[in-house]
Write a protein that binds this ligand. Sequence first.
Ligand SMILES: [Mg+2]
Length: 273
Amino acid sequence: MSGADALEAFARAAAERPQATALLCDIDGTVSPIAPTPAEARVPAAFRDLLAALVPRLGLVAFVTGRALEDGRRMIPLDGAAYVGTHGLETMAVDGPLVVEPLAERYVAAVHETAQAAARDLDCEALGVVLEDKRTVLAVHYRLAEDPAATRRRILERVVAPARRRGLAVATGHFAFEVRPPLPFTKGTAVRRLLDAGGHLAAMSCGDDLTDVAMFTAVRDWGERDARRLTLALAAVTGETPRPVVEAADVTVRATPGVYRALRRLAEAVGAV
Ligand SMILES: [Mg+2]
């Protein structure tokens, strides 16, 4: 672990005011080991129990995922937690309804057309490509590709370029592309809204991929607006972690056991375990 002192300082601050402490946590690659396909990923029971214990002790626990919100909630269904899905296009406040950004609805047809064309124009099975149609977003995963560079070029030509011609935006992730509405919603805008709605004084964000950098930055900016606030960005890293994720973090730990140990330290500090 690097940044152990920062983690310790955050845990001590959280211990003083657990109900003013927020935890904003990505799912895949952070509390769920990366699997060959998204459908195979699971949150280990030990993680689930630890997070379940944190929910009533902290002021806010929010799961902030690139998955569709209901899919994220299926992976870690906890009463009393908030959820953000499809990188900020869907939100569910604690005990609230699922809210889709109204502007995103306009792009559902274009995303669907892109998904259908991708299924037709890419030989997904042979290439090792997995399409994930999340209604407002299409994810194109190529972690299973035998030749990732060639597969990436094929996706750029057959999916990314046509999606752009349909007026959609394209984000790059870890062995994945995301075709999405050209709207300024990110994990960062979503957590900013959650934090602004509460009277929190400490916020910890945990993530492992490029889209989590927007969350780290939003939480840090939120902290810098008030001298009483303390924030901590924790990156779950592997040998493949994109450089900006490491650079944007205060603490880096090994994915995913290091995340477990860091959250366990937080849970001990606030008396959740
Ligand atoms: Mg992730």
